[in-house]
Design a protein around this ligand. Sequence first.
Ligand SMILES: [Zn+2]
Length: 166
Amino acid sequence: MEVIYIPQLLKTPEHKLEIPIDECIAGINTLTPIRGTIIVSHGGTFLEVTVNAHTIMTLSCDRCLQQYNHRLELKNSEIIWLDKNADEFEDLPLEREVHVEDLSESLPIDGHFDPNKWLYEQICLSLPIRQICGENCTGAPEIKEEETPTIIDSRWASLQKLIVDN
Ligand SMILES: [Zn+2]
């Protein structure tokens, strides 16, 4: 999916763009391509982004540690504020005073919206917090309390890998 130049949206008939999705996204372990649509509409001071998509992901069960397939349905909508003064850099310095409007996502009004990155985040946010393979889960493998492996949230797995590699 191509990155969208935000002001370009105002040149479309209804100030919105419908983007078909049929792809795999780097960093997301999906068994099938993610299929569906993203609709980005420009509301003057904000973007409203809606996704309706599905895929099958391979997750590992928190209880028995077996891998299993999980059908993920994405039906989310998010308002992204457009800020004239926003930096292109998304990481705000920690010491910066935080205003209420900073607590939600914002982009520069003349910046870019990256549907791939947004979709990646939506998928991460939609993953079940507790991943259990199903009703027939065989339960925890026999391990002593102190040997319980740290269960790393899949979102942090790549970060963990970086730490290990360094
Ligand atoms: Zn299980």
